[in-house]
Design a protein around this ligand. Structure first.
Ligand code: CTP
Length: 402
């Protein structure tokens, strides 16, 4: 941890990582301790905290911690610390530990906009990336003073999510440090639409938006310019992407088709309602006076536009379109058969199919997906949504690179 005002946000990161079952060791620089003191870090991590190489000479701390680590997360990374890491210097316990570790490394720069945009800092970020280190782009927004711009530290949830993806799948570090999607524009839809019935009720679904956000966060970490069209979600919106919020399938359709021709890749991860009602302007009343338990009522629904099919019907050469298929069968052969039929019906390049029966997948952090191409089924990924997202973004990268 470097000495920046964003150090206070790192208390939450340490706490969340520890709550998620990780053994967290905090190594502050001396200036980081000016912002948040040693007792806080020791209490949150449950380990003693040192900043200098001479604090525990017999323990050879930098080698021990560097070898033990599965991930080194440096948050906040100040301009000075970034410069020292990029040059491979080892002048305190943190930088020597980084040098002594083969674990993936994630730097989260946080500083004033002018410092971040300074050519020297940009060159240091590029050098760190060339060394295989993942350097997160700072968020835009209000800085410590009155001004705003890129330089803010993203919110703790997003950093914990990125750290967890690198722990789940250390191979993610390479494309992220290489920024292999820089220059590409990716449009992702996420979450579940809501179709109003009357002023207080709606038809909705169980989608949490996590899968779409996981794909968006992964693609943005690999350097893509990402826009997320988000219907209703419970997940933390990533700071590094543009977010457009929508309500109904009709809104989703408008937001997606408006942007679809400018995108190099489109991922339709949203769960869009297939049917909508003509909403009543006042609350629909049940019959008053007598008790009519069990009485039925009829709600007339009309079909909504199929956003994915509409996008595919207006093809753009070289553009990659990825659809999702939520099916309710645990018979694998039937699952792949349904996916193949859906892929050809919609006309997308790739379809990601998963079995969502018995409440599986929706709202969970784990999933089980199979990538289906025009030519047939491909890779299957069972595990975290972060891992599945990395595999889906790999597919997109491969198709774009062709
Ligand atoms: N989709 C869409 N517009 C809709 C419904 C779905 O763009 N009105 C997209 C979803 O985002 C997903 C894909 O189509 O990428 C498949 O969605 P799914 O719900 O599995 O299939 P449906 O098209 O709704 O077909 P069915 O309900 O018959 O399985």
């Amino acid at each position: 941890m470097g000495g920046g005002i964003a150090a206070y946000k790192v208390c939450q990161i340490v706490r969340r990582l520890a709550e998620n079952g990780h053994d967290v060791h905090v190594i502050p620089t001396d200036s980081a301790l000016e912002f948040v003191g040693r007792p806080t870090w020791e209490a949150l991590s449950g380990h003693s905290v040192h900043s200098g190489v001479f604090d525990d000479v017999p323990g050879v701390e930098h080698v021990r911690l560097g070898e033990q680590a599965d991930l080194i997360l440096v948050a906040p990374t100040t301009a000075d610390l970034l410069s020292r890491i990029a040059q491979g210097r080892g002048d305190d316990l943190l930088t020597t530990t980084i040098l002594a570790s083969r674990a993936p490394k994630l730097l989260v720069p946080a500083m004033h906009t002018a410092m971040w945009l300074n050519p020297a800092t940009q060159e240091n970020a590029a050098a760190a990336r060339r060394h295989g280190i993942v350097v997160k782009e700072p968020a835009r927004g209000r800085l410590t003073g009155r001004d705003s711009g890129p330089g803010r530290m993203p919110e703790p949830d997003e950093i914990v999510w990125l750290a967890q993806s690198l722990l789940d799948d250390p191979e993610c570090a390479e494309p992220m440090s290489a920024q292999d999607l820089a220059g590409w524009t990716i449009l992702v839809s996420a979450g579940g639409t809501r179709e109003p019935i009357d002023p207080v009720r709606y038809i909705g679904n169980l989608s949490s938006g996590r899968m779409g956000f996981a794909i968006a966060t992964n693609a943005a970490a690999r350097g893509a310019k990402v826009t997320v069209v988000a219907a209703h979600t419970q997940a933390q919106l990533p700071s590094s992407v543009e977010v457009v919020t929508v309500d109904t399938t009709e809104d989703l359709c408008q937001a997606m088709t408006q942007r679809a021709r400018q995108a190099d890749a489109i991922v339709m991860a949203a769960a869009a309602a297939d049917f909508a009602a003509a909403p009543a302007t006042t609350k629909i009343k049940k019959h008053e006076g007598t008790d009519h338990v069990g009485e039925s009522m009829t709600l007339e629904l009309h079909q909504t536009p199929d956003v994915l099919a509409q996008i595919c019907a207006d093809p753009v050469p070289g553009r990659v379109v990825v659809g999702f298929a939520a099916e309710t069968t645990d018979d694998r052969e039937q699952l792949l058969h349904l996916a193949d039929a859906k892929l050809h019906r919609k006309g997308c390049d790739v379809l990601i199919v998963n079995d969502v029966s018995a409440g599986r997948v929706f709202g969970s952090s784990d999933t089980d997906i199979t990538v289906v191409h025009q030519q047939g089924p491909g890779r299957r990924v069972v595990g975290s949504k972060a891992r599945a997202a990395a595999a889906i973004v790999d597919e997109i990268h491969q198709l774009l690179a062709q």
